[in-house]
Write a protein of this length. Sequence first.
Length: 277
Amino acid sequence: MIKKILGWVILTLLVAYVVFAAIWAHAEAAKNTCKAIDIEIVEGYTTDSVSRKGVMAEIRRYPHKIIGQLIPAVDTRDLENYLKTFPQFEDVVCNINTNGHLHVKVTPMVPEIRIFEDSASYYINKDGKRMDSKASFFVDVPVVSGKFTQGFTPKDVLPVTRFISNDPLLSRLVGMVQVIDHDNIILVPRIHGHVINFGDTNRLEEKRQALVALYKKVIPYKGWEEYDTISVKFRGQVVATRRLKNAALPRNLEFEEPDMEEATLPEIDYIVNQDNE
């Protein structure tokens, strides 16, 4: 009986100690202040340092004090909701560590391309979600300019920009993409000379082969600036327009029929087939 009573006494003392320790720890924590903010960018984001700067910039604009604030007064849930309002962040988790640091874990949106439309500039991710472009969130991604509609959105250009980015030749050749409409997607080379009309987003590999054939078999003889536009949008042929279509002719010569090379380069069909053999 004495052992049983002693056991209950010990158990009661242990419970009382745990409760007292918890109350004391909470009271001590209430006296502590938030000492620092730690930013974690998840998923191995390629621009971690830039994203951290961007997150810190938005936290500085947060209307409530954090650094130096008593820890119980730091509303981590409110800070999460505040940061989630920015399209650059896909998810945000905030908590206070035992060392008195606010830990902010951010999953950022990953931009695929940057859009220039009228006077606006913004990024979109793989799902077409729009993100405002800011200096604190600059990312080196393919650039696309144009005017889009509900029927043809920036997301619809992604098959072309991904194809260019994944191709060693095109990724070095193309400086930007200009969209006129869904059927006229223009590739602008980094070297000044001509532009390439890639048509729509279909038959991309076939169009690349036709373009490579032109560069291998025609451009070395005609020169880079012979044409102002090269089009591979049509199946089975390459169409090119000469830059100097209206060059001055001697007065005693009559104007001849346009060179068929301005309308089509039929020999490319043969060249493409030869390259594929």
